[in-house]
Design a protein. Structure first.
Length: 358
């Protein structure tokens, strides 16, 4: 049976940051060489991946600790679970809990966990188990049983993420223009990179100027998921937004998107030469949506809009996949659902009601 452990912090070190806030960016843990979860997170390539998998491991910890009588699940984190005690039956418990849609925090949750999220959890467990095995904390047979667990099948179509309408995009751009400089130019650049280039928010945050921005060649050099590099063309609109932003940013080398230093006086905010995080890009989207007076949406909705608009203009699916940095066209198909497809299907089905039954 898996057990909870108490990890004591050395007196001269800061407490471990458990990253409980949902949208908080990953901050390095005080490394515990005996904790395989720390080793797993430390081997991930990007801060965005570390932030995601930290939240996943916290959730896994609550689920597998639920079998311990009297465990206070609100206090369970990835730091106080004995990961070396993991075995195949814990994965069975995990899968069962996800099917029952249970959150193991403040009571049952109505949130539906997709097969892809289940597989994300399975990937995290296998990664932690590998580190436990390499540290000789886990037997080979125990490790093999975990690695042999099969991935969940199926997929879900997200009801939360959707392509934006043209009227919504227009309101967003008007909202950006309503802000004082340099916030106006900076936010237009952030939104433009997601909407006009289809970038992920962490990709926006990681662009380095001028090495990743070829204004003459009208290309962006993007390092995406899995450390895969791709070239993304820039249209005239995006080039204009970037040029306008560079006027207030300057042309000094460094992160393309600077942080904004707010001041008490309206219109006196200024840029500071430090890069933003993926979370900061997310917050820009929330702020602009509020200013535009439209329902809040995710940065990924811009990306979905990018793919959907290309599909509606009859661009080949393989080309859209290349631009989005997808390794599988199946993923692209989920991103690029035509806005009119449901209405078209409804019209087709209406033909059935026209059939006369004698």
């Amino acid at each position: 049976m898996i057990t909870l452990t108490n990890i004591e912090q050395p007196a001269d070190e800061k407490p471990i940051n458990t990253l409980k806030p949902k949208r908080q960016i990953y901050a390095p843990l005080v490394y515990d060489r005996f904790n395989p979860a720390h080793a797993y997170l430390g081997n991930l390539s990007s801060d965005e991946s570390k932030a995601t998998m930290t939240r996943v491991l916290h959730r896994i910890a609550k689920i597998i600790a639920a079998e311990i009588p009297g465990a206070d699940l609100d206090k369970v984190t990835l730091e106080n679970v004995d990961w070396a005690s993991l075995d195949a039956h814990h994965i069975v418990t995990l899968k069962s809990a996800l099917k029952k849609q249970t959150s193991f925090s403040a009571g049952p949750s109505k949130k539906s966990y997709s097969p892809s999220y289940s597989n994300l959890m399975l990937s995290a467990i296998k990664g932690v188990a590998r580190q436990a095995f390499l540290k000789e904390q886990m037997s080979e047979s125990q490790y093999r049983r975990i690695q042999e667990q099969k991935r969940a099948k199926g997929q879900r179509v997200s009801s939360k993420s959707k392509p934006l309408e043209a009227s919504e995009i227009e309101k967003v751009l008007v909202a950006c223009h309503s802000q004082p400089s340099p916030e106006k130019q900076r936010d237009l650049c952030v939104i433009g990179l997601m909407y006009a280039a289809g970038l992920r928010r962490f990709e926006v945050a990681s662009i380095v100027y001028p090495s990743d921005v070829d204004m003459a060649g009208r290309l962006l050099r993007i390092i995406g998921k899995g450390d895969k590099e791709r070239a993304v063309p820039m249209n005239s609109l995006l080039i204009r937004w970037i040029k306008d932003y560079l006027v207030v940013r300057g042309h000094q080398p460094g992160p393309l998107i600077y942080r904004l230093q707010r001041t008490k006086e309206i219109g006196t905010n200024k840029l500071i030469p430090k890069g933003i995080s993926g979370v900061a890009a997310y917050n820009v989207c929330l702020k602009v949506a509020t200013l535009a007076g439209i329902p809040k949406f995710k940065p990924h909705d811009y990306r979905r809009t990018f793919g959907t608009e290309l599909m509606e203009k009859n661009v080949q699916l393989t080309k859209i996949a290349d631009l989005l940095g997808h390794s599988s066209i199946t993923t692209t198909q989920l991103y690029t659902r035509n806005r009119d497809s449901i209405e078209e299907s409804r019209k087709i089905l209406e033909l059935l009601s026209a059939v006369k039954i004698s």
